[in-house]
Design a protein around this ligand. Structure first.
Ligand code: SF4
Length: 276
């Protein structure tokens, strides 16, 4: 039976959900030939072997190493869409990193949202968390526009790149320990490729904080002991294996839970962005 197709909200091109790699989705880094990781060992091998950010992004975007997350992301894309997006195609694949390949700052997020990145194929795009984050990045001069509605909307980031602890939307936003450990190899390679230029990192939430510290340790960086504690505005100075200092700053996550309740305000987010 032919796959059902829906039209992309920006380009109008019809797509199946999940979106097959290399079929013209705006910003899709992969092709039909991009190698697919199906085990944690393959994630490690393909991450280490990625020769640059475009290849790394492509490999991340087709990864199938975590069976529970693959099943969840694809079932949301096929049958579990939010009613307001029911007529839109859903990406249904891992969210590759997004932003400036020459970035001096990394933002380390938690994981894609089921109806956000899992629908749009771009980090923090198409949900309330993204509205908050990109508006703040625009105010701080990192983003070319204050909104991020869909891939293909013209948004560009300068000097900053968004990565994540986990690249697939997890049920209830809760990845397991094994899933976090499996996905960490992608983050490690992202950090390695960014390292020569890196000045600072902003960790969103305690999972982003722990993921950034874990990746730094695995890269052989020196991390203060005892382990720096996460908090909004927390800061830790990390030292790369070549002796350069990289500042890690913590922020409450831009989740609706935090922004609706006032736990995280625009002023608080603006203040941490000035310290990067
Ligand atoms: S969570 Fe990460 S390692 Fe697991 S399937 Fe998604 S991209 Fe691959």
């Amino acid at each position: 039976m032919a796959a059902h197709l829906d039209r992309h909200p920006v380009t109008g091109q019809p797509f199946a959900s999940p979106v097959p790699p290399g079929t013209g989705w705006p910003g899709d880094p992969a092709t039909a030939q991009t190698p697919v990781a199906r085990t944690s060992a393959a994630v490690e091998r393909l991450a280490r072997g990625a020769r640059g950010i475009p290849e790394l992004d492509a490999r991340i975007s087709v990864c199938r190493a975590c069976p529970r997350l693959v099943a969840w992301r694809e079932s949301v894309a096929r049958e579990g869409r939010r009613a307001s997006f029911a007529d839109q195609p859903y990406w249904g694949r891992p969210g590759p990193s997004f932003g400036d390949p020459e970035a001096t700052v990394l933002i380390v997020g938690l994981a894609p949202a089921a109806n956000g990145t899992n629908r749009t194929g771009r980090m923090f795009t198409g949900d309330r968390s993204g509205d908050w984050l990109y508006a703040a990045l625009y105010r701080a001069g990192y983003a070319s526009q204050p909104t991020s509605v869909a891939a293909g909307d013209g948004l560009e980031l300068t000097g900053i790149r968004i990565v994540a602890a986990v690249r697939c939307a997890p049920p209830e936003n809760k990845p397991t320990t094994v899933e976090k450990a499996t996905c960490a190899a992608w983050l490690d390679r992202d950090l390695e490729l960014a390292e020569p230029r890196l000045r600072s990192m902003l960790a969103l939430g305690s999972i982003g904080w722990d993921a950034a510290l874990g990746a730094a340790r695995r890269r052989g960086w020196s991390v203060p002991r005892p382990k720096p504690r996460f908090g909004h505005g927390a800061e830790a100075l990390l030292t790369t294996a070549t002796g350069r200092e990289v500042r890690l700053v913590g922020s409450y996550h831009v989740s609706q839970q935090n922004t609706f309740t006032g736990k995280l305000t625009e002023a608080m987010l603006d203040a941490v962005l000035t310290r990067l």
